[in-house]
Ligand binder design. Structure first.
Ligand SMILES: Cc1cc2nc3c(=O)[nH]c(=O)nc-3n(C[C@H](O)[C@H](O)[C@H](O)COP(=O)(O)OP(=O)(O)OC[C@H]3O[C@@H](n4cnc5c(N)ncnc54)[C@H](O)[C@@H]3O)c2cc1C
Length: 293
């Protein structure tokens, strides 16, 4: 964090560069003085179980997330999402942190993490708050490693806009609760046949079953709004109920009411998204339901 605090500004982190370098080259990003490579920061490359959580460092490439057995066991939706991101070459350098920090509402890793009740860890490199120089240096030294955890959803302010403070904050990684008995998740997406970047629509569901009842559920759909979207109203209609045609119809109605599907020039119209979400949501929900049995 020292380098982050003191290098020439404007400064931004770079991980795999698969989003950022394109944005810089194509003039979609404001000029930058320093690129801070975060791929070798040891803490950010860890992928391990710590206590009752799975920690995935922000600099872990999505290919490693996709092929790690612990992720498949505890976060199957994330394994499925990471396996679908781009092709093998991009997956080997693209990181989970970059996928999230870019703050796109339909990024595949992001939508899976949203359904998995993830906490994001953030490190801040705050500068001293005035006073004598020595005090400021000491304050900076102590603060240079300050980290905090926030609910995943709080990372997002709008399309392409994260809540991370520019030049001050880094995503360190993600904490996911471990899967228990009768809990399961699923991720699927609908993609243009020739498409290589973001999907037309994706969906992730995590649920816990108690016999034939949905004890708890989280549903994420991308893009279902300006930020990664949780279908909380659909979750409310399903919690405490069994999954059948009637409860599915109520959940679907709630999802369609709450989601704000939009038309994107290169991918799909809002109408088309409203149409195809029916089958995608049903498919993902039923898979998670079966897996949790
Ligand atoms: C051909 C191609 C296909 C693609 N297909 C898909 C796809 O199918 N699905 C999908 O979701 N995405 C896809 N993408 C998008 C991209 O690969 C992913 O979003 C990738 O995960 C971004 O990670 P990165 O490490 O390359 O990020 P970078 O490009 O290095 O960074 C992206 C943004 O995140 C910031 N950042 C990176 N790391 C951190 C950190 N630790 N803390 C704070 N900010 C950070 C950077 O400053 C930058 O603003 C595709 C891209 C390409 C080029």
């Amino acid at each position: 964090m020292d380098a982050f605090a003191h290098a020439p500004r404007p400064i931004i982190p770079i991980a795999g560069g698969t989003d950022l370098l394109l944005d810089l080259k194509q003039g979609r990003h404001s000029p930058v003085q320093t690129l801070l490579d975060v791929t070798s920061i040891e803490e950010m490359t860890r992928l391990e179980i710590t206590g009752d959580e799975l920690f995935i460092g922000a600099s872990v490439p999505v290919s490693r997330v996709a092929t790690t057995p612990e992720v498949a066991h505890h976060a199957q939706a994330l394994t499925e999402a990471c396996n679908l991101i781009a092709g093998p070459q991009v997956r080997n350098v693209a990181t989970l942190g970059g996928n999230v920090a870019h703050a796109l509402p339909a990024a595949d890793g992001t939508i899976a993490l949203l359904a998995l009740n993830t906490q994001a860890e953030i490190a801040s490199a705050l500068s001293g708050a005035g006073g004598r120089v020595a005090e400021r240096i000491e304050t900076e030294r102590r603060r240079s490693a300050v980290t905090r955890k926030i609910p995943f959803k709080e990372l997002f302010l709008g399309p392409g806009k994260s809540s991370l403070k520019h030049g001050e904050e880094l995503l360190v990684g993600f904490y996911l609760p471990l899967t228990n008995y009768h809990q399961a998740s699923c991720f699927k997406r609908i993609m243009r046949p020739q498409g290589v970047a973001l999907p037309i629509l994706n969906c992730a569901v995590w649920l816990e079953r108690e016999n034939d009842i949905i004890k708890d559920i989280r549903i994420a759909v991308g893009p279902g709004g300006g930020t990664p979207f949780r279908a909380t109203q659909a979750e409310d209609t399903l919690r405490g109920k069994s999954l059948n045609d009637i409860t599915f119809e109520s959940a679907l109605e709630a999802l369609l009411t709450q989601a704000q599907f939009r038309t994107s020039a290169r991918r799909a119209s809002a109408d088309y998204r409203q149409h195809i979400v029916v089958g995608l949501f049903k498919d993902v929900l039923e898979s998670a339901w079966e897996r949790a049995s």
